[in-house]
Design a protein around this ligand. Structure first.
Ligand SMILES: C[S@@+](CC[C@H](N)C(=O)[O-])C[C@H]1O[C@@H](n2cnc3c(N)ncnc32)[C@H](O)[C@@H]1O
Length: 481
């Protein structure tokens, strides 16, 4: 089936290139990871992981936080750092679209990720924005929202909001609103590299047309939702021209006066232009400015990405925005006096300064029952009551003795945590990672306190509660081996 899909590309590239493509597909795809810069400094951690886990790494040329894993003694999916969200396993091609956006240092942008689940590119967007501003991560599929929530919680970013609506609606609800919009569109996944998460299957012409039609509608909505001067990145994990250059051609033909396609080949540091001609069909001349990653170009899966800048207004009909107040659902802002009190307690226990995190006004603490979130103020200022499935980071649980910092917040702020730690030896680490409690005599911390577990490498290994018998394991089930 892969071969049948491959045959149609013979006519689209030179004979020499086609041979190179065939040869590339004989080789296994080299996996890659993207470092979470909020949790780890790549300059320090890439050499440390290479040494610790027997990895041989090679930088992805267009993504400063991305590395190919040429050789691994310990699989990268099996380290505590992976489970704690210190890096994300992602095909190098999927690192391209977010790198196509320009972000200014110190900017607090408003970004829409229109088709976001499971969230790989959302985490990348949050990193590029230094976790400032707001990323609205939307997906229309209710069943895929949970995966998005898990990925974002594990990444530990504070500036995300998850929503569950058809992307087609955003143009009519929020015209000319967002600074950037990513549309990583639902597609036929004809990337010439079948994997478990991206299986290739035959696509009928009818399906292809329906996909292309939806892609155009989503891209028009994205172009309406972005402000004049803002950027939209359109990407797919298919090489089918109908879903790539064909979609760009449709919007350029319709909105060419208000949209410009930016040249991305320089950004890519490789020549991978879009296709101007497919058989008898000639596309808009600007489509060559897109990046078409045939697998042999950079040793990735097949992928397509293009950046559009909006130069003039594109307005459609406006529609009433859905509303559901967080306050009516039981959420309340945490009063300043309570934040100050809890900040003092967390400073005492862990040396962690949370008062500083909300002092700039970009972040706020909200509470509902026992759950305390650290959330982007921009959501409340700009969207008020737009229904969200998840907002910011679940920061703490309210207990009778005050706020208890959550696992995801401890992982996120690990580098800032100075005290309240317990150092484990090799055997204890193994038992701990299997989810076992440890019988240790802890005299330096009071019974009942939540301690942070670590080892001689300084890794974050989760939280444990001090008891009279030792340390109770509080690792979430999903991070237990
Ligand atoms: C290619 S996947 C996105 C992958 C994601 N960006 C990532 O990097 O992890 C496409 C997503 O589009 C969603 N989707 C399909 N139709 C949609 C629509 N009309 N509006 C919004 N999302 C849609 C699918 O549920 C799917 O999760």
């Amino acid at each position: 089936m892969q071969l049948a899909a491959l045959e149609k590309y013979r006519l689209l590239i030179s004979a020499e290139e086609f041979l190179a493509l065939q040869a590339e597909l004989e080789k296994p795809l080299v996996g890659a990871l993207r470092v979470n810069p909020q949790k780890a400094n790549p300059d320090e951690m890439i050499p440390a992981w290479a040494d610790r886990y027997g990895w041989s790494l090679r930088a992805v040329p267009y993504c400063p936080t991305g590395w190919w894993l040429d050789k691994t003694e310990l699989p990268p999916s099996q380290t505590p750092e992976h489970r704690m969200g210190f890096y994300y396993l992602q095909d190098a091609a999927s690192m391209l679209p977010v790198e196509l956006f320009d972000f200014e240092p110190g900017e607090t942008p408003l970004v829409l990720d229109m088709a976001a689940s499971p969230g790989g590119k959302t985490t990348h967007l949050l990193d590029r924005m230094a976790d400032q501003g707001l990323v609205m991560a939307n997906d229309s599929s209710a069943s895929r929202i949970q995966a998005l929530r898990v990925v974002l919680a594990n990444w530990g970013a504070v500036s995300g909001a998850v929503t569950n609506f058809p992307g087609e609606k955003f143009g009519a609800w929020f015209p000319e609103t967002f600074d950037r919009v990513l549309l990583d569109a639902p597609c036929s996944m004809e990337n010439l590299r079948s994997t478990e998460s991206h299986p290739m299957r035959p696509i009928t012409n009818r399906e292809r047309l329906a996909l292309a039609d939806r892609q155009v509608r989503l891209l028009v909505s994205a172009l309406q939702a972005v402000r004049v001067g803002g950027q939209v990145v359109y990407s797919t994990c298919t090489l089918a021209p109908e879903e790539d250059e064909g979609v760009l051609d449709a919007v350029l033909t319709r909105y060419g006066r208000a949209v410009q396609l930016d040249d991305m080949n320089e950004r890519l540091r490789a020549s991978a232009p879009g296709l101007r001609q497919v058989g008898e069909l000639a596309y808009h001349p600007d489509v060559v400015r897109a990046a078409r990653l045939f697998p042999h170009r950079l040793g990735t899966s097949g992928f397509f990405a293009a950046r559009l800048t909006k130069t003039d207004s594109i307005l459609g009909e406006q529609e009433q925005i859905p509303a559901r107040s967080l306050t009516r659902a039981g959420w309340q802002p945490v009063p300043d006096v309570v934040v100050r009190e809890q900040a003092e307690s967390l400073l005492q226990k862990y040396g962690l300064d949370i008062a500083g995190k909300v002092s700039g006004g970009n972040l706020v603490f909200w509470q509902n029952g026992d759950s305390v979130i650290l959330a982007p103020a921009m959501y409340f200022n700009r969207f008020g009551e737009f229904p969200v499935q998840m907002l910011g980071l679940l920061f703490a649980e309210q207990t009778p003795s005050g706020w208890e910092i959550t696992h995801q917040a401890a992982a996120r702020y690990w580098r800032e945590i100075q005290s309240g730690k317990i150092l484990l030896d090799f055997d204890q680490v193994n038992a701990w990672q299997r989810g076992e409690n440890l019988s240790l005599r802890i005299s330096i911390l009071p019974a009942g306190q939540v301690a942070m577990l670590t080892d001689s490498w300084g890794r974050y290994l989760g939280r444990g509660r001090i008891t009279s018998r030792g340390v109770k394991n509080l690792l979430p089930r999903r991070v237990i081996y």
